[in-house]
Design a protein around this ligand. Structure first.
Ligand code: KG4
Ligand code: ZN
Length: 338
């Protein structure tokens, strides 16, 4: 196959990211996190777009420099078109358009959710690539979906959340426990030293392959309020067990639906993607499913779980091979057709 260098840009939420790909290999993958949101307990869209404006040039410069690739060597620019925060998306989209115009090279718009799934096709030593068709569970701060992936550009959502995303369930749990934003990684950390059976939470009853997490959040809130009323030190004394029990419940919800999806489709290759796929409990539970249910599972390298530009770059590469280019009139989309 032809050798191409692609610069990819991701700016859909609160991470400014750029990567340089050489075909399906990652030469550099740079992410600038925006710590400003921590003090507000969530992403503030206006602040996110301002930070992207400040970060985008240095992040892209760093990605090119780390890759040892001059911008004149680039064959295409890929960028996140959506879904995401409009003000954030605009920064990456406008930059990508301008650079493609200046360098006179193709522009490639990428769906962020496709990218979380197709990150599994990045060429990495020790990581197998799934074969089509496979099932993908995408779990992030904004999405929870089970997708039947028939090909690089043929995907079908067969289940999704009817309210909160899994990442929100983690982050809102953390907030109730007084932990800083984003709380997902902290819940994971405390859970590792806790007893997952210490407290019991009921799982929501949702038809088909869909999910619901808002009831669980309310249940956790009442559980904490009730116990703190009796013992003000309840959270501090039980943080590990609380986190382990909540995480256990979330994993059980996800695994039950995945098992149903496998039963319905007969597909036993299962991949996970998105920020929450960084969760150690989810990763180990999915790994265990290989021996337990005979699945073949695909767990992304840690750096390709939370938002990054390499995942945008791998989709860019596949689109490049199929000459799926966009003209300069392409626009960002906060919501985008899957
Ligand atoms: O994919 P992502 O970086 O951004 C979105 O597109 O939303 O996902 C971010 C989400 C946050 O909710 C964060 O708390 C969660 O992923 N997350 C985790 C872990 N690491 C990140 N949740 C649970 N356990 C983790 N280790
Ligand atoms: Zn994401």
């Amino acid at each position: 196959p032809e050798a191409v260098f692609i610069l990819s840009i991701e700016s859909s939420c609160d991470d400014t990211a750029a990567a340089v790909m050489h075909n399906d290999k990652v030469l550099s993958n740079v992410v600038a996190n925006q710590l400003i949101h921590q003090q507000y307990g969530g992403v503030v869209p206006e602040l996110a777009s301002r930070a992207h404006q400040q970060n985008i040039v240095p992040v892209i410069d760093a990605a090119l420099q780390k890759a040892g690739v001059a911008k004149e060597q680039l064959n295409a620019i890929a960028f996140t078109q959506g879904p995401g925060l409009m003000g954030s998306l605009l920064v990456g989209t406008s930059f990508a358009k301008s650079l493609s115009l200046a360098l006179d090279i193709p522009l490639i718009a990428v769906n962020h959710m496709h990218a979380h799934i197709l990150a599994h096709f990045i060429d990495e030593e020790g990581f197998d690539k799934p074969e089509f068709p496979f099932l993908a569970l995408t779990i992030s701060g904004g999405h929870t979906q089970i997708v039947k992936v028939n090909g690089f550009f043929e995907m079908e959502i067969i289940g999704e959340t009817t309210d909160d995303a899994v990442g929100e369930a983690f982050d809102k749990t953390a907030k109730i426990l007084g932990l800083p934003y984003p709380g997902g990684p902290l819940v994971d950390k405390y859970a590792q030293s806790g007893n997952p059976k210490a407290f019991e939470f009921t799982k929501p009853k949702v038809p088909g392959l869909d999910f619901s997490f808002s009831g669980l959040k309310t249940q956790i809130l009442y559980f904490i309020q009730k116990n703190v009323a009796q013992n003000p030190d309840f959270i501090a004394e039980n943080i590990n067990d609380i986190c382990a029990s909540i995480q256990h419940t979330i994993i059980k919800i996800l695994m039950d639906k995945l098992k149903s999806a496998v039963a319905e489709t007969g597909i036993t290759q299962v991949a996970i993607g998105g920020g929450v796929s960084a969760n150690s409990g989810i990763r180990s539970t999915l790994k265990e499913a290989e021996a337990k249910y005979g699945w073949k599972t695909f767990i992304p390298k840690f750096e390709y779980t939370t938002d990054n530009a390499a995942m945008i770059g791998i989709v860019g590469y596949q689109k490049y091979l199929h000459r799926k280019f966009n003209d300069k009139s392409v626009v960002s989309k906060a919501r985008i057709e899957f």
